[in-house]
Design a protein around this ligand. Structure first.
Ligand SMILES: Cc1cc2nc3c(=O)[nH]c(=O)nc-3n(C[C@H](O)[C@H](O)[C@H](O)COP(=O)(O)OP(=O)(O)OC[C@H]3O[C@@H](n4cnc5c(N)ncnc54)[C@H](O)[C@@H]3O)c2cc1C
Length: 437
């Protein structure tokens, strides 16, 4: 079966104003709202849905702003069926309120209309550096800027956003939406320094000594992809999906040519792994014109870690699945991938492939900790942090949060952790200033 001709337009449609208000009116405004319990950042969901149901979109947005710096993102990519919507009392009757789509509607409407202009707080409480501008870094930045801190974000990539910009594909999360959220955070007084690799262009010590930061937050994610240790040399054509996503984003925004994207039109592509990242890699390969795309997984469908919705959409788009297929060797010819050798329940097979995309997980890179003394990490490289002040590492004044501490999770879990770390940083800097006085 050949894959479909798909492009990068957003696949899930949003509500129009009538649909949004009608949906909001269905909310029962429960006394004991289970949706709030299901939300990792405990959004006051019934309150903002109630405002929306009366047409007060600005008021709805103000309530959302109390908890989240990234509503247009969360409205699109949170696993709502497991969180707010999964907990909704109406879910029992299969009539759950579409909380995610409502959040997305309010955030998009607010941006398009320029409804809310938040009051800028004077930046008098201290100076904080953030390393990394993914959901964790952006959340710490937004929360601290609102609370009167001067915040500078250092980001190694040309544009801020982390996985939101260079990982999650355009058809699920348009990059213009990410840029809008980043711009809003900039509007709170946050400064971005891009193309700056901490540990190479500047060190943590230099940030303290030369830039006079009171605290530094590390939100550098899990940039180091895991590899497969198979016998023989790895032929050209075996590619990390993170690299593939990055090149697709850069190609879509015009920064690199089509020939820099490692999947070519007509390729037969195999994706090793069966989580959400593997689904994204497969669906992106289809959009880059791959002729056939296979997800290669050594277990059965019951063990797949991808969300059911992600799997269903991949199947709809023509992705095929090789279950119980354990890759044993990459077969190359003159250094270029030709096939994989795999053990299947029908014995050993040689399966022709032009490209393999690896989507088998990632872990922290060690560039920052290896150039900074005193930051303890565990045996896999995850930064170890304290409960008090929340998020501080073994080095005084250096904090960490998000995936670099908690292993790869989700956008909203990185945000939840980051919100607690922001409070920990504020506590630390206030105490430091008091002692200095
Ligand atoms: C393909 C893909 C799809 C996903 N889809 C979803 C989804 O649909 N829903 C969901 O909830 N979650 C999803 N996730 C997971 C989610 O994106 C992550 O859990 C989240 O982005 C982690 O946030 P973070 O801020 O900790 O790290 P990241 O988003 O990884 O951000 C880290 C940032 O730090 C920067 N950085 C690293 N080292 C340095 C350095 N030395 N100097 C300067 N900057 C540095 C990086 O460039 C990056 O911008 C997905 C992940 C991937 C990979």
């Amino acid at each position: 079966m050949e894959s479909k001709d798909l492009k990068f337009e957003e696949v899930n449609e949003g509500f129009n104003i009538k649909e949004a208000i009608d949906e909001a009116k269905r909310c029962l405004n429960c006394k004991n709202p289970l949706c709030v319990q299901g939300c990792p950042i405990e959004h006051n969901i019934p309150a903002w849905i109630h405002q929306l149901s009366m047409g007060n979109i600005g008021d709805a947005m103000s309530i959302i702003n109390e908890k989240s710096n990234l509503p247009a993102v969360c409205g699109r990519v949170c696993p709502h069926e497991k969180q707010c919507e999964g907990h909704c009392i109406l879910n029992k009757k299969d009539k759950r309120i579409r909380v995610g789509k409502l959040e997305r509607f309010i955030a998009d409407f607010d941006s398009n209309m320029g409804l809310i202009r938040e009051k800028l707080t004077p930046k008098t409480r201290g100076k904080v550096a953030i390393i990394g501008s993914g959901p964790a870094g952006l959340t710490v930045a937004g929360d601290l800027a609102r609370d009167g801190f001067n915040v500078v974000i250092y980001e190694s990539e040309p544009e801020p956003g982390g996985v939101l910009m260079y990982g999650i594909p355009e058809y699920r999360l348009p990059k213009e939406v990410v840029r809008r959220e980043i711009h809003k955070i900039e509007g709170l007084g946050v400064t971005y320094v891009t193309n700056c690799i901490v540990g190479q262009n500047i060190t943590v010590d230099e940030m303290f000594d030369q830039q006079n930061f009171d605290a530094i937050f590390i939100g550098s994610g899990t940039a180091k992809p895991k590899t497969m240790n198979l016998p023989g040399n790895t032929p050209r054509g075996v590619i990390q999906s993170s690299y593939f996503f990055r090149m697709v984003t850069l190609n879509n925004n015009g920064s690199v040519g089509r020939n820099e994207v490692p999947v070519k039109v007509g390729d037969i592509v195999g994706v090793v792994g069966c989580g959400n990242v593997a689904m994204d890699a497969a669906r992106t390969a289809i959009r880059m014109g791959a002729k056939e795309v296979y997800i290669i997984y050594h277990k059965t469908i019951e063990h797949m870690s991808a969300l059911q919705t992600e799997y269903n959409e991949a199947v709809d788009e023509g992705v095929q699945f090789l279950w119980e297929t354990n890759t044993k060797e990459f077969v190359g010819e003159r250094g270029r991938l030709k096939a994989i050798k795999a053990i299947t329940n029908e014995g050993e097979k040689v399966i022709p492939m032009d490209k393999i995309l690896l989507a088998i997980g990632s872990q922290p890179a060690n560039r920052i900790v290896s150039t900074t003394s005193g930051i303890n990490v565990d045996e896999r490289g995850y930064v170890i942090t304290k409960e008090r002040p929340y998020g501080m590492t073994s080095r005084k004044g250096v904090f960490a949060g998000g995936d670099v501490v908690n292993t790869p999770q989700t956008v909203v879990l990185a945000m939840r952790d980051a919100k607690k770390v922001a409070a920990g940083i504020a506590q630390f800097v206030d105490a430091k200033k008091l002692l200095e006085e």
